[in-house]
Design a protein around this ligand. Sequence first.
Ligand code: CO
Length: 293
Amino acid sequence: MTVTSPRAVERLVTGQPTTDGAGVKLTRVLTHDLQRRLDPFLMLDNFASDDPKDYGAGFPDHPHRGFETVTYMIAGRMRHRDSAGNEGLLQNGGVQWMTAGRGLVHSEMPEQEAGVMEGFQLWLNLPGRDKMCTPGYRDIQSTEIPEFTTAEGVTVRVISGHSHGVSGAVARPVDAYPTDPLYLDLHFPAGGAVFNQPLPAGHNAFLYTYRGTVQVVEGSGQATPVPLHRMAILDNSGDGVRLQAEAGSAPARALLIAGRPLKEPIAQYGPFVMNTREELMTAVEDFQNGRLA
Ligand code: CO
């Protein structure tokens, strides 16, 4: 794939340790203050612990309205149940893609009492016209995620969008889903392999390293390291991104996420994300009156 003018790193971000659900310890990588800059993405959480005290309490019943949640499990088992009657087990390498639309109430509970629980939850906004759509839900097993390895040895898991001619597990018509999300999990071997990914001009993009260190190589050849557990916000110039593992280093892994901004007002109150304050008040009222269940 050709990238002639690769994007540079605009800013490196360190996530904020926090707790959510019934006390699950996690790192909020994409925080509220970055929602405009990384539109259409609203949040990225990274949970990673081998201590059941950090994750055991899970995420009991809670509502969502107005956006999509994409949960990618690297290691561990989480049971999902929602008020529409859906139930699924999310495990090792699998993805749950939920379109909350007009709303539902669900729980996300660990189904393990020991071992490592590691993964990510991304919030992807819906355009105003679709915020009240019928909720939808897909469980994608690890084996259903298209995967390929480049000549340089970089393994690419295509969760959504397209890369090097391979369509992701979620590849939707752009007119129906204008955010056109790209979600790649990149595994670099030790020793400096390069990976190029074209990105449409104007799409906001970021990289999050979760093993080792990945570098972003600019047009000038200058390489900016993105260390472990850092997010790099990519600038909006150029026609793609060029990534490289550090020469001689251990294998590295990173998520590359990009999408078309909606450029609409964002009004958030906890698990509800709408366009206006009035719509948020309706959401709270609907939840309190049992209209999301
Ligand atoms: Co949830």
